[in-house]
Design a protein around this ligand. Structure first.
Ligand SMILES: Nc1ncnc2c1ncn2[C@@H]1O[C@H](COP(=O)(O)OP(=O)(O)O)[C@@H](O)[C@H]1O
Ligand SMILES: [Mg+2]
Length: 329
Protein backbone atom coordinates (compact mmCIF):
# COMPACT_ATOMS: atom_id res chain seq x y z
CA UNK A 1 0.00 0.00 0.00
CA UNK A 2 1.41 3.43 -0.94
CA UNK A 3 1.10 6.07 1.74
CA UNK A 4 0.17 9.33 0.03
CA UNK A 5 0.13 11.32 3.26
CA UNK A 6 2.24 10.66 6.34
CA UNK A 7 1.91 12.79 9.46
CA UNK A 8 4.79 12.01 11.79
CA UNK A 9 5.02 13.20 15.41
CA UNK A 10 3.19 16.46 14.79
CA UNK A 11 3.14 18.98 17.62
CA UNK A 12 1.41 22.36 17.25
CA UNK A 13 1.13 25.11 19.87
CA UNK A 14 -0.62 28.43 19.35
CA UNK A 15 1.28 31.55 20.35
CA UNK A 16 -1.01 33.53 22.63
CA UNK A 17 -0.60 36.50 24.95
CA UNK A 18 -0.40 34.14 27.91
CA UNK A 19 2.21 31.94 26.23
CA UNK A 20 2.22 28.78 24.15
CA UNK A 21 -1.01 26.79 24.21
CA UNK A 22 -0.72 23.23 22.89
CA UNK A 23 -3.28 22.25 20.25
CA UNK A 24 -1.82 19.04 18.79
CA UNK A 25 0.32 16.65 20.78
CA UNK A 26 2.38 14.03 19.06
CA UNK A 27 -0.05 13.18 16.27
CA UNK A 28 1.00 10.47 13.82
CA UNK A 29 -1.07 8.89 11.08
CA UNK A 30 -0.87 7.99 7.44
CA UNK A 31 -3.34 7.69 4.59
CA UNK A 32 -2.91 5.40 1.60
CA UNK A 33 -3.74 6.53 -1.90
CA UNK A 34 -6.93 4.53 -2.01
CA UNK A 35 -8.58 5.36 1.26
CA UNK A 36 -10.60 7.87 3.22
CA UNK A 37 -9.45 8.49 6.77
CA UNK A 38 -12.09 10.15 8.91
CA UNK A 39 -10.91 12.48 11.67
CA UNK A 40 -13.53 13.02 14.36
CA UNK A 41 -13.67 14.77 17.71
CA UNK A 42 -15.63 17.36 19.62
CA UNK A 43 -15.38 21.01 18.73
CA UNK A 44 -12.03 22.42 19.90
CA UNK A 45 -10.24 19.07 19.84
CA UNK A 46 -7.77 20.26 17.19
CA UNK A 47 -9.22 18.99 13.91
CA UNK A 48 -8.95 22.24 11.95
CA UNK A 49 -5.51 22.85 13.44
CA UNK A 50 -4.52 19.47 12.04
CA UNK A 51 -5.82 20.39 8.57
CA UNK A 52 -3.97 23.71 8.60
CA UNK A 53 -0.75 22.20 9.92
CA UNK A 54 -0.85 19.49 7.25
CA UNK A 55 -1.31 22.17 4.56
CA UNK A 56 1.47 24.24 6.19
CA UNK A 57 -0.93 27.15 6.51
CA UNK A 58 -0.08 28.11 10.11
CA UNK A 59 2.15 31.18 10.00
CA UNK A 60 5.22 31.23 12.29
CA UNK A 61 3.79 34.13 14.32
CA UNK A 62 0.54 32.20 14.92
CA UNK A 63 1.79 28.78 15.97
CA UNK A 64 4.87 26.65 16.44
CA UNK A 65 4.85 23.45 14.41
CA UNK A 66 7.13 20.50 14.93
CA UNK A 67 7.07 17.16 13.10
CA UNK A 68 7.04 15.91 9.53
CA UNK A 69 4.31 16.04 6.89
CA UNK A 70 5.14 13.83 3.92
CA UNK A 71 3.11 14.11 0.74
CA UNK A 72 4.13 11.43 -1.76
CA UNK A 73 7.30 11.11 0.30
CA UNK A 74 8.18 14.82 0.24
CA UNK A 75 8.32 16.78 3.52
CA UNK A 76 6.18 19.92 3.12
CA UNK A 77 8.09 21.66 5.90
CA UNK A 78 11.37 21.30 3.99
CA UNK A 79 10.10 23.03 0.83
CA UNK A 80 10.94 26.57 -0.25
CA UNK A 81 7.95 28.94 -0.54
CA UNK A 82 7.92 28.48 -4.33
CA UNK A 83 8.09 24.68 -4.07
CA UNK A 84 5.30 24.83 -1.51
CA UNK A 85 3.16 26.95 -3.84
CA UNK A 86 3.57 24.37 -6.59
CA UNK A 87 2.85 21.48 -4.26
CA UNK A 88 -0.44 22.88 -2.98
CA UNK A 89 -3.29 22.11 -5.40
CA UNK A 90 -1.06 19.82 -7.46
CA UNK A 91 -0.22 17.30 -4.75
CA UNK A 92 -2.39 18.28 -1.82
CA UNK A 93 -5.56 20.34 -1.86
CA UNK A 94 -8.04 21.38 0.77
CA UNK A 95 -11.74 22.10 1.06
CA UNK A 96 -12.04 24.44 4.03
CA UNK A 97 -14.69 24.59 6.68
CA UNK A 98 -17.38 26.90 5.19
CA UNK A 99 -15.36 27.35 1.99
CA UNK A 100 -18.60 27.45 0.02
CA UNK A 101 -18.78 31.02 1.33
CA UNK A 102 -15.24 31.78 0.21
CA UNK A 103 -15.92 31.98 -3.53
CA UNK A 104 -15.16 35.45 -4.81
CA UNK A 105 -18.52 37.18 -5.47
CA UNK A 106 -17.20 39.27 -8.36
CA UNK A 107 -15.65 36.35 -10.27
CA UNK A 108 -17.65 33.85 -12.28
CA UNK A 109 -17.17 30.18 -11.43
CA UNK A 110 -15.22 29.81 -14.70
CA UNK A 111 -12.82 32.54 -13.61
CA UNK A 112 -12.09 30.71 -10.34
CA UNK A 113 -11.04 27.64 -12.32
CA UNK A 114 -9.06 29.72 -14.82
CA UNK A 115 -7.14 31.50 -12.03
CA UNK A 116 -6.18 28.24 -10.37
CA UNK A 117 -5.16 26.49 -13.58
CA UNK A 118 -3.25 29.45 -15.01
CA UNK A 119 -1.29 29.83 -11.78
CA UNK A 120 -0.14 26.22 -11.91
CA UNK A 121 -0.07 25.05 -15.52
CA UNK A 122 2.21 27.28 -17.58
CA UNK A 123 0.93 27.83 -21.11
CA UNK A 124 -2.49 26.24 -20.60
CA UNK A 125 -4.84 27.42 -23.33
CA UNK A 126 -8.27 28.97 -22.90
CA UNK A 127 -9.88 25.99 -24.63
CA UNK A 128 -8.15 23.55 -22.33
CA UNK A 129 -9.31 25.52 -19.30
CA UNK A 130 -12.91 25.52 -20.53
CA UNK A 131 -12.84 21.81 -21.25
CA UNK A 132 -11.24 20.88 -17.96
CA UNK A 133 -13.67 23.08 -16.04
CA UNK A 134 -16.65 21.44 -17.73
CA UNK A 135 -15.25 17.97 -16.94
CA UNK A 136 -14.67 18.85 -13.32
CA UNK A 137 -18.15 20.30 -12.90
CA UNK A 138 -19.66 17.19 -14.45
CA UNK A 139 -17.69 15.03 -12.06
CA UNK A 140 -19.45 16.68 -9.13
CA UNK A 141 -22.76 16.38 -10.99
CA UNK A 142 -23.16 20.00 -11.92
CA UNK A 143 -24.30 21.25 -15.31
CA UNK A 144 -21.20 22.66 -17.06
CA UNK A 145 -23.28 25.81 -17.69
CA UNK A 146 -22.74 26.57 -13.99
CA UNK A 147 -19.30 27.84 -15.07
CA UNK A 148 -20.94 31.05 -16.26
CA UNK A 149 -22.68 31.66 -12.94
CA UNK A 150 -21.64 33.71 -9.94
CA UNK A 151 -21.62 32.33 -6.42
CA UNK A 152 -24.77 34.19 -5.32
CA UNK A 153 -26.77 32.53 -8.10
CA UNK A 154 -26.06 29.05 -6.71
CA UNK A 155 -27.48 27.16 -3.74
CA UNK A 156 -25.24 26.19 -0.81
CA UNK A 157 -25.00 22.62 -2.06
CA UNK A 158 -24.04 23.76 -5.58
CA UNK A 159 -21.41 26.13 -4.22
CA UNK A 160 -19.97 23.33 -2.15
CA UNK A 161 -19.81 21.10 -5.24
CA UNK A 162 -18.01 23.90 -7.08
CA UNK A 163 -15.47 24.15 -4.28
CA UNK A 164 -14.90 20.40 -4.35
CA UNK A 165 -14.45 20.47 -8.14
CA UNK A 166 -12.02 23.35 -7.75
CA UNK A 167 -9.97 21.44 -5.19
CA UNK A 168 -9.53 18.70 -7.81
CA UNK A 169 -8.52 21.09 -10.60
CA UNK A 170 -4.83 20.15 -10.46
CA UNK A 171 -5.47 16.46 -9.86
CA UNK A 172 -3.95 16.24 -6.34
CA UNK A 173 -3.05 12.94 -4.67
CA UNK A 174 -4.22 14.08 -1.24
CA UNK A 175 -7.44 15.93 -0.45
CA UNK A 176 -8.22 17.40 2.96
CA UNK A 177 -11.84 18.20 3.69
CA UNK A 178 -12.65 20.09 6.88
CA UNK A 179 -16.35 19.70 7.72
CA UNK A 180 -17.22 20.04 4.02
CA UNK A 181 -20.93 19.38 4.44
CA UNK A 182 -21.67 20.74 7.90
CA UNK A 183 -23.55 23.83 6.72
CA UNK A 184 -25.82 21.85 4.38
CA UNK A 185 -29.13 20.13 4.96
CA UNK A 186 -29.11 16.37 5.44
CA UNK A 187 -30.31 15.39 1.98
CA UNK A 188 -27.75 17.55 0.17
CA UNK A 189 -25.11 16.36 2.64
CA UNK A 190 -25.85 12.74 1.81
CA UNK A 191 -25.59 13.24 -1.95
CA UNK A 192 -22.33 15.19 -1.65
CA UNK A 193 -20.89 12.43 0.53
CA UNK A 194 -21.82 9.89 -2.14
CA UNK A 195 -19.97 11.96 -4.71
CA UNK A 196 -16.92 12.33 -2.50
CA UNK A 197 -16.83 8.54 -2.19
CA UNK A 198 -17.13 8.10 -5.96
CA UNK A 199 -14.46 10.71 -6.74
CA UNK A 200 -12.10 9.18 -4.23
CA UNK A 201 -12.38 5.79 -5.94
CA UNK A 202 -12.09 7.12 -9.49
CA UNK A 203 -9.07 9.26 -8.74
CA UNK A 204 -7.38 7.01 -6.18
CA UNK A 205 -7.32 9.96 -3.80
CA UNK A 206 -6.08 9.85 -0.24
CA UNK A 207 -8.76 11.79 1.66
CA UNK A 208 -8.58 13.20 5.17
CA UNK A 209 -12.24 13.83 5.98
CA UNK A 210 -12.82 15.91 9.11
CA UNK A 211 -16.11 16.01 10.98
CA UNK A 212 -17.51 16.31 14.50
CA UNK A 213 -20.17 13.73 13.56
CA UNK A 214 -19.02 10.16 14.11
CA UNK A 215 -21.95 8.58 12.30
CA UNK A 216 -21.56 10.76 9.24
CA UNK A 217 -17.91 9.73 8.95
CA UNK A 218 -18.49 6.07 9.71
CA UNK A 219 -20.60 5.71 6.57
CA UNK A 220 -17.82 7.10 4.40
CA UNK A 221 -14.38 6.37 5.86
CA UNK A 222 -12.23 3.24 5.62
CA UNK A 223 -10.68 4.13 8.97
CA UNK A 224 -11.51 6.67 11.64
CA UNK A 225 -9.04 8.56 13.82
CA UNK A 226 -10.57 9.89 17.02
CA UNK A 227 -9.08 13.08 18.39
CA UNK A 228 -9.37 14.36 21.94
CA UNK A 229 -7.50 17.31 23.45
CA UNK A 230 -5.12 17.40 20.50
CA UNK A 231 -4.22 13.71 20.63
CA UNK A 232 -5.38 10.71 18.65
CA UNK A 233 -6.91 8.31 21.13
CA UNK A 234 -7.82 5.61 18.65
CA UNK A 235 -7.65 4.72 14.98
CA UNK A 236 -10.22 2.13 14.06
CA UNK A 237 -11.19 0.25 10.93
CA UNK A 238 -13.91 -1.87 12.35
CA UNK A 239 -17.08 -2.09 14.34
CA UNK A 240 -18.31 1.37 13.50
CA UNK A 241 -21.93 0.51 14.27
CA UNK A 242 -23.33 1.46 17.65
CA UNK A 243 -23.77 -2.20 18.54
CA UNK A 244 -19.98 -2.53 18.37
CA UNK A 245 -19.32 0.51 20.57
CA UNK A 246 -17.83 -1.56 23.40
CA UNK A 247 -14.89 -2.47 21.17
CA UNK A 248 -13.74 1.15 21.15
CA UNK A 249 -11.90 3.63 23.34
CA UNK A 250 -14.21 5.00 26.08
CA UNK A 251 -14.10 8.44 24.41
CA UNK A 252 -15.01 6.94 21.03
CA UNK A 253 -17.89 5.15 22.71
CA UNK A 254 -19.09 8.50 24.05
CA UNK A 255 -18.83 10.10 20.60
CA UNK A 256 -20.74 7.25 19.00
CA UNK A 257 -23.56 7.73 21.46
CA UNK A 258 -23.37 11.54 21.32
CA UNK A 259 -24.10 11.63 17.62
CA UNK A 260 -27.78 11.83 16.81
CA UNK A 261 -29.15 8.44 15.84
CA UNK A 262 -32.44 7.18 14.63
CA UNK A 263 -33.77 4.69 17.18
CA UNK A 264 -37.02 3.30 15.81
CA UNK A 265 -38.79 6.48 14.80
CA UNK A 266 -37.06 8.65 17.38
CA UNK A 267 -33.79 10.57 17.16
CA UNK A 268 -31.92 10.24 20.42
CA UNK A 269 -28.96 12.40 21.40
CA UNK A 270 -26.85 11.55 24.38
CA UNK A 271 -23.89 13.80 25.12
CA UNK A 272 -20.62 13.08 26.87
CA UNK A 273 -20.88 14.58 30.36
CA UNK A 274 -18.19 17.07 31.37
CA UNK A 275 -15.92 19.43 29.46
CA UNK A 276 -12.68 18.96 27.51
CA UNK A 277 -9.60 19.81 29.62
CA UNK A 278 -7.81 23.15 29.75
CA UNK A 279 -4.91 22.57 27.35
CA UNK A 280 -2.56 24.62 29.52
CA UNK A 281 -3.27 22.48 32.61
CA UNK A 282 -2.88 18.94 31.30
CA UNK A 283 -1.54 16.38 33.77
CA UNK A 284 0.77 13.50 32.94
CA UNK A 285 -1.96 10.87 32.49
CA UNK A 286 -4.83 10.40 30.06
CA UNK A 287 -6.46 13.72 29.03
CA UNK A 288 -9.89 12.04 29.09
CA UNK A 289 -9.44 10.94 32.73
CA UNK A 290 -11.95 13.36 34.30
CA UNK A 291 -14.78 12.33 31.99
CA UNK A 292 -14.03 8.66 31.54
CA UNK A 293 -16.53 6.13 32.85
CA UNK A 294 -13.91 3.36 32.63
CA UNK A 295 -11.01 5.12 34.38
CA UNK A 296 -8.58 3.26 36.61
CA UNK A 297 -6.49 4.91 39.35
CA UNK A 298 -3.37 4.67 37.15
CA UNK A 299 -5.00 6.67 34.35
CA UNK A 300 -4.51 9.99 36.16
CA UNK A 301 -0.74 9.69 36.44
CA UNK A 302 0.49 7.20 33.84
CA UNK A 303 1.12 8.67 30.37
CA UNK A 304 -0.75 6.99 27.54
CA UNK A 305 1.53 4.87 25.37
CA UNK A 306 2.66 6.40 22.06
CA UNK A 307 1.35 4.27 19.26
CA UNK A 308 1.60 4.17 15.51
CA UNK A 309 0.26 1.87 12.89
CA UNK A 310 -2.92 1.67 10.88
CA UNK A 311 -5.16 0.93 13.87
CA UNK A 312 -4.67 1.28 17.60
CA UNK A 313 -6.28 2.21 20.89
CA UNK A 314 -4.48 4.30 23.50
CA UNK A 315 -6.15 3.45 26.80
CA UNK A 316 -4.94 1.90 30.05
CA UNK A 317 -8.32 0.29 30.67
CA UNK A 318 -8.65 -1.18 27.22
CA UNK A 319 -6.28 -3.78 25.82
CA UNK A 320 -4.98 -3.24 22.30
CA UNK A 321 -5.78 -5.17 20.22
CA UNK A 322 -9.11 -5.39 21.91
CA UNK A 323 -9.54 -8.97 23.01
CA UNK A 324 -11.24 -8.68 26.33
CA UNK A 325 -12.15 -5.79 28.55
CA UNK A 326 -9.95 -5.49 31.64
CA UNK A 327 -12.06 -5.81 34.77
CA UNK A 328 -12.38 -2.64 36.78
CA UNK A 329 -11.07 -2.96 40.36
N1 LIG B 1 -5.34 31.21 16.06
C1 LIG B 1 -5.48 30.59 17.26
N2 LIG B 1 -4.88 31.08 18.37
C2 LIG B 1 -5.01 30.48 19.56
N3 LIG B 1 -5.72 29.34 19.77
C3 LIG B 1 -6.35 28.81 18.71
C4 LIG B 1 -6.26 29.40 17.40
N4 LIG B 1 -7.00 28.63 16.54
C5 LIG B 1 -7.49 27.62 17.29
N5 LIG B 1 -7.12 27.71 18.57
C6 LIG B 1 -7.44 26.80 19.68
O1 LIG B 1 -6.95 25.50 19.35
C7 LIG B 1 -7.86 24.51 19.79
C8 LIG B 1 -8.25 23.61 18.63
O2 LIG B 1 -9.04 24.34 17.71
P1 LIG B 1 -9.50 23.75 16.31
O3 LIG B 1 -8.34 23.13 15.66
O4 LIG B 1 -10.20 24.83 15.58
O5 LIG B 1 -10.52 22.61 16.78
P2 LIG B 1 -11.71 21.87 15.98
O6 LIG B 1 -11.51 22.12 14.53
O7 LIG B 1 -11.57 20.44 16.37
O8 LIG B 1 -12.99 22.46 16.50
C9 LIG B 1 -9.05 25.23 20.41
O9 LIG B 1 -8.87 25.26 21.80
C10 LIG B 1 -8.93 26.62 19.84
O10 LIG B 1 -9.45 27.57 20.73
MG1 LIG C 1 -12.80 22.89 13.08
Amino acid sequence: MTEALVVDSLHVSYITQSGLVPALRNVSLSIASNEILGLVGESGSGKSTMAQAVMRLLKPDVATVDGRILVDGQDLYQLTPEELRLTRWRKIAMVFQSSMNALNPVLSIQEHFADTMEAHIPGITRDEILKRTADLLEQVRLDPAVARSYAHELSGGMRQRVVIALSLALDPSVLIMDEPTTALDVVVQRSILDEIAALQKQRQLAVLFISHDFNLVSGLANRIAVMYAGEIMEITDRGMALEDAREHHPYTQGLMRAAPRLVGTKVSIEGIPGEPPDMTQLGPGCPFFDRCPERLPMCRTTPLPSKSGRVYIRCHAMPDPVVEKVKRP
